[in-house]
Design a protein around this ligand. Structure first.
Ligand SMILES: C[S@@+](CC[C@H](N)C(=O)[O-])C[C@H]1O[C@@H](n2cnc3c(N)ncnc32)[C@H](O)[C@@H]1O
Length: 331
């Protein structure tokens, strides 16, 4: 029997709610819905109408993608929260929120409830998001509102705007309008995209607009100056570990218990923020007696540093440091 919802973490509550989603749906049918969705996402976006058209689409999206987008947003928010300690959003608007992954991630990052509004143009996604959120005390009063992102978009003033895995589905003018609307409405804006060269390029475009609007970058960058990566040579991205459900194993084959979701992000704010001194931007390489860390630093520059046994405590800390962490570790 499941423990009562109150004793579960938001991540566990979400997992339990998603597990029930495909109950009653024959496994083959669930796998087919996911395969159709993957094929649609491989096609041309943006589309003139919502990709998530009906209950089967959104159930497939939620079961297959939401655990990964939730973990990616949660990682971005945790990095943001470390740069702005002591602050928690008093309210939150999630634009293109779909089934609500970012709303769940916000509740996993900051304790307590807050007014939450999820905006999306796909009614079936909002309906399922509302259904899933009923299982979570912090989200059961969230507002799920139909809204189309266009160049005319305006947002009511709020503490936090999240935009996760949405920019990819918009035209360039709509992307710009959305970022400007978020900058005009919020004290903090967190944008997450797939960790691909294109996803990174959209994040950089948004980052530039946020900085022009007077925001400071809280994470992942240690500074608000231009990104030191020469366009087209590399892309800044991170990785979040996601437990695989039985649906994942069915669609992707194999028996791995987890997979790694690659994502790019920017978290910017008008609040006083203390970004990391440097950030680990690749998977650390652990060698005998040494750890190689690729760092983005405040100069701004990208630099590899080698931490050896001779560095004592710092070496032990380097061995525990992950891709995406701040360096050196706090304390
Ligand atoms: C890949 S899903 C991401 C959903 C959610 N943010 C997440 O991270 O799981 C993209 C979402 O953006 C929404 N979307 C795309 N274009 C939109 C538009 N022009 N107006 C409103 N919503 C849009 C879709 O309906 C969908 O829910």
């Amino acid at each position: 029997m499941n423990a009562p919802a109150a004793s579960l973490t938001p991540a566990e509550t979400l997992r339990a709610a998603l597990a029930g989603l495909l109950d009653g749906l024959p496994p083959r049918q669930a796998a087919q819905a996911v395969e159709r969705l993957i094929a649609t996402y491989r096609g041309a976006t943006p589309t003139g109408a919502p990709i998530l058209r009906d209950r089967a689409d959104v159930a497939a999206y939620a079961a297959y993608r939401m655990p990964a987008t939730f973990e990616a947003v949660r990682s971005a928010l945790e990095a943001f929260a470390r740069a702005v300690p002591g602050w928690a959003p008093g309210d939150h608007v999630d634009v293109g929120g779909g089934t609500g992954a970012a709303a769940w991630a916000v509740s996993a990052t900051w304790d307590g409830g807050r007014p939450v509004t999820v905006l999306d143009w796909a009614e079936p996604a909002l309906a399922l998001g509302r259904e899933l959120a009923a299982a979570h005390p912090a989200l059961k009063d969230a507002r799920w509102q139909r809204a189309r992102i266009t160049a005319e978009l305006t947002l009511a003033s709020t503490d936090l705007v999240t935009v996760s895995y949405v920019l990819n589905e918009l035209t360039a003018p709509d992307r710009a309008a959305l970022v400007d609307a978020a900058a005009g409405a919020a004290r903090a804006v967190v944008i997450v995209e797939p960790g691909t060269p294109d996803g990174y390029a959209r994040v950089i475009e948004a980052r530039d607009r946020l900085v022009s609007a007077g925001f400071r970058i809280a994470a992942p960058c240690p500074h608000s100056a231009a990104c030191p990566i020469a366009p087209g040579t590399d892309w800044c991205h991170f990785s979040a570990r996601v437990s695989r459900s039985s649906l994942h194993r069915q669609v992707k084959g194999g028996s791995l218990a987890y997979e790694d979701e690659k994502f790019s992000y920017v978290a910017a704010t008008r609040l006083p923020a203390t970004p990391a001194a440097a950030r680990v931007v690749r998977k650390p390489q652990i060698r005998k007696g040494q750890v190689l860390l690729d760092l983005c630093e405040t100069d701004p520059s990208l630099r590899r540093t080698t931490v050896t046994k001779r560095h004592g405590d710092l070496y032990r800390a380097a061995r525990d440091t992950d891709w995406g962490d701040a360096w050196p570790p706090a304390g």
